[in-house]
Design a protein around this ligand. Structure first.
Ligand code: SF4
Ligand code: SF4
Ligand code: SF4
Length: 247
């Protein structure tokens, strides 16, 4: 009898340690993915990340109605949250459509229908993360072919829209000029509330204001080899610029 008790104690001890070990092991493996999911830029109206992952039924309706091809569904390689929609801002930002059709199309509540207009969108906030790459700050003219990456992405889509063509036409006009792309292409109705170029040393630099919605168009269109301005997903202007929360 004593042996049986001892065996049970050992079994419980070692299975608990085993489960603990597995949990820690899995945590080590999963955590980078979980972290990625936490910092992923979600479409307009996305509820908190935890609720979003629980509510989204991965139906793809939001991306089907997006006229800019801004939204993709995460594949397995993206880890945690496979099949959920996200925006890769460097590839294609959101252009804050007047009626926010992606939100209207969402049947699950993952994109909150109280997000009805661009001013309601709160995806994140833009940050001049790499000032040494900013063409305006280093007084470098916008180079020839700067928009090729963006043309290539657009041309790869099946159904290029007139809105995308208009955006590209406007972007191409910056070639050979002083760079003001992030400020002048900011798609929200009152862009001066979000971003403006200010004098800084030998050049100018973009300054971000509280009206920024984190749509990511500036990150997409930045003509530097690597975007000088990037989006901090799910952070507000206050979080980043007032409270100093960096991620
Ligand atoms: S607001 Fe418009 S551009 Fe932005 S993700 Fe929704 S449908 Fe696409
Ligand atoms: S429409 Fe809503 S439920 Fe469907 S994939 Fe997009 S966010 Fe998820
Ligand atoms: S500065 Fe404008 S373009 Fe850039 S994320 Fe903010 S709202 Fe979007």
């Amino acid at each position: 009898m004593a042996n049986i008790k001892e065996d049970r104690r050992s079994f419980i001890k070692f299975s608990t340690l085993g489960i603990l070990g597995l949990t820690i092991g899995a945590g080590i493996i999963i955590s980078p993915y979980a972290l990625n999911a936490e910092t992923r830029l979600r479409p307009p109206g996305a509820v908190s990340e935890k609720e979003f992952l629980a509510l989204c039924i991965k139906c793809g309706q939001c991306l089907q109605v997006c006229p800019y091809h801004s939204i993709s569904l995460a594949d397995m390689a993206k880890g945690h949250g496979a099949g959920t929609p996200y925006i890769d801002a460097r590839e294609r930002g959101c252009y804050s459509c007047t009626a926010v059709p992606c939100v209207l199309a969402c049947p699950s509540g993952a994109l909150d229908h109280s997000c009805e207009k661009p001013a309601d969108i709160k995806m994140g906030v833009a940050v001049l993360e790499f000032p040494n790459k900013c063409l305006a700050l280093t007084n470098t003219l916008v180079p020839k072919g700067h928009s090729k990456r963006i043309h290539d992405f657009t041309n790869a889509q099946n159904n290029v829209t007139q809105l995308e063509r208009d955006m590209l036409e406007k972007l191409d006009e910056f070639e050979g000029k002083q760079c003001t792309i992030c400020a002048d292409m900011c798609p929200i109705p009152n862009p001066l509330n979000a971003i403006a170029m200010i004098k800084d040393g030998i050049g100018n630099k973009p300054e971000v204001y509280a009206g920024c919605i984190g749509c990511g168009a500036c990150e997409e269109l930045c003509p530097a080899n690597e975007a000088a301005i990037v989006i901090k997903p799910r952070l507000s202007y206050d979080d980043y610029y007032v409270k100093g929360i960096k991620s």
